[in-house]
Design a protein around this ligand. Structure first.
Ligand code: GAL
Length: 482
């Protein structure tokens, strides 16, 4: 049953992407027939494999053999991360990983790169702004001007395939997948989201769970609040009322970058609609102005009634800091928030806890981070070595515990990860896997922008009908809803 459900989601998402790929290739959105699109793309729908291939999560019983295997390279994985020789010269790595937790995790990647490329020099090109809100515009300017960084941070799905592959800014990395045995250790369903016409364009280093709901454990304990592991929307509102009555701000939000409240909205859509209907938003079968979606918008509006007054002055990581300091209780955020807890030396299930965003237990919103090889990369050998390192077990096991994400590889050693990561690996293995729109995977960039714009207005006016109409129109304009 669970396998069927997971297959259904990936099938639907794959079909959505196939359609988009085909439309992009044809350059004529309205006229491309989906049927011919299916022929062009090599069999991404052979995805029942998700269940077999995807468990980034061996069972606890399986942990011992995994530990033993850690001594030697995983089957199919290459031991040599520098077959063209160690790189020299500068390597410019472009990302938006500037918060405390993000920067610490990025540094672990730099160290892993320098371990096999000791003479190479990393140029850490970051543009602050969570979710890439400022970075992507800077990157586009550089790409348009013909001065690309060697490699940059990217999400699979629309962001990668529309903005960089279709626009001809990146080179395939299929040969690196073959040489390093990555096809054997990366879930096929993920690789398909990074592929076009049989070529792969991204090496993924970690998979974030977007629908986290974090809390200050001590603050809840002090207020006699316990949280059910499958907390629903009504349960949250009861808790929120109780906290408010005790003078505690229930919800921490930092939406100086509007994407952060758009993420609260995305998670609430999933929580109220459930995964099948949520997925229907991105294939046009569920309309944004339907009564059930308006209900989700009302719930989102009600959640905003419980947020901190200074939300628009705080960035996402400042909101996590406010939670840590006990200024507010809960934060709806992808598990890069975990990186902030770790960076502050806090302990899982002692200082902070987590559940799924209300109503979303049983779903895993995928926010996968990877890197690309620029067309015209100034240091091509260096970039290839960087990507080899990104795909390696060692780098993924060093990076992900600090970042909050789980390995993109399926053979990471669970013993190297703490309680939260093991919980997230279980979720990835068992739950409905659904894409994020806020982080570029589920819908084209123009819809993502329209969503941010509409949410910016809604946060102030709470007008459900206006939000519904704006999104329904944007979905039509983007071509995924009639
Ligand atoms: C996401 C990205 C994460 C994290 C987050 C906040 O788009 O995938 O790695 O960096 O933004 O900046």
């Amino acid at each position: 049953m669970a396998t069927q459900r997971r297959f259904h989601f990936w099938l639907s998402l794959s079909l959505l992407l196939i359609l988009v790929l085909s439309l992009t290739a044809c350059g004529a959105a309205a006229s491309a027939p989906a049927a011919s699109a299916e022929k062009e793309k090599p069999a991404p729908t052979e995805a029942p494999a998700v269940k077999e291939e995807a468990p980034a999560a061996p069972t606890e019983e399986a942990a011992a053999p995994a530990e033993a295997a850690a001594e030697k390279p995983a089957e199919g994985a290459a031991a040599n991360l520098t077959p063209e020789g160690p790189a020299t010269g500068k390597l410019e790595v472009f990302s938006w990983w500037t918060s405390g937790g993000e920067a610490a995790a990025l540094d672990a990647l730099f160290k892993a790169y320098n371990a096999s490329n000791p003479a190479a020099e990393i140029v850490n090109a970051t543009v602050a702004g969570g979710g890439g809100s400022a970075a992507r515009a800077v990157l586009q300017t550089r790409l348009a001007g013909g001065t690309p960084p060697d490699t940059w941070q990217v999400h699979p799905g629309h962001e990668l395939l529309d903005q960089y592959v279709a626009a001809d800014f990146v080179q395939p990395v299929t040969d690196i997948y073959q040489e390093q045995g990555l096809f054997d250790v990366m879930p096929k369903a993920l690789t398909d989201l990074m592929s076009k016409d049989g070529e792969v364009y991204q090496v993924t280093v970690g998979v974030h769970r977007g629908n986290g709901f974090w809390y200050n454990q001590k603050l809840l304990e002090q207020n006699g609040v316990t949280v059910g592991d499958k907390m629903g929307v009504d349960e949250f509102f009861e808790i929120a009322d109780k906290l408010q009555a005790a003078g505690v701000t229930p919800l921490c939000v930092g939406d100086s970058g509007i994407w952060a409240t758009a993420e609260l909205f995305e998670n609430t859509l999933l929580g109220v609609l459930g995964p099948e209907k949520y997925l229907g938003l991105w294939n046009g079968s569920v309309k944004f102005d339907s009564p059930e979606v308006k209900k989700a918008m009302e719930v989102y509006g009600k959640m905003l009634d419980y947020q901190n007054d200074d939300h628009s002055a705080l960035s996402w990581d400042q909101a996590v800091k406010a939670l840590i300091e006990g200024k507010c209780a809960f934060n709806s955020m992808g598990d890069w928030a975990y990186g902030e807890f770790v960076n502050a030396k806090l302990k899982d299930n002692v200082d902070f806890g987590w559940v799924s965003h209300p109503g979303t237990a049983g779903s895993f919103v995928i926010v996968a981070d990877g890197f690309v090889l620029a067309k015209g990369a100034p240091n091509e050998v260096g970039t290839k070595n960087w990507l080899r390192v990104m795909g390696s077990k060692e780098a993924q096991e060093a990076f992900n515990p600090l970042k909050g994400s789980i390995c993109a590889r399926t053979d990471c050693d669970r013993a190297k990860f703490g309680p939260y990561h093991n919980w997230s690996m279980d979720s990835f293995a068992q739950d409905a896997l659904v894409p994020t729109v806020v982080h570029g995977s589920a819908a084209p960039a123009d819809f993502q922008q329209a969503l941010n714009d509409a949410v910016t207005v809604f946060v102030v006016d709470k007008n459900v009908d206006a939000l519904a109409t704006a999104l329904a129109q944007a979905a039509q304009a983007s071509g995924f809803s009639q």
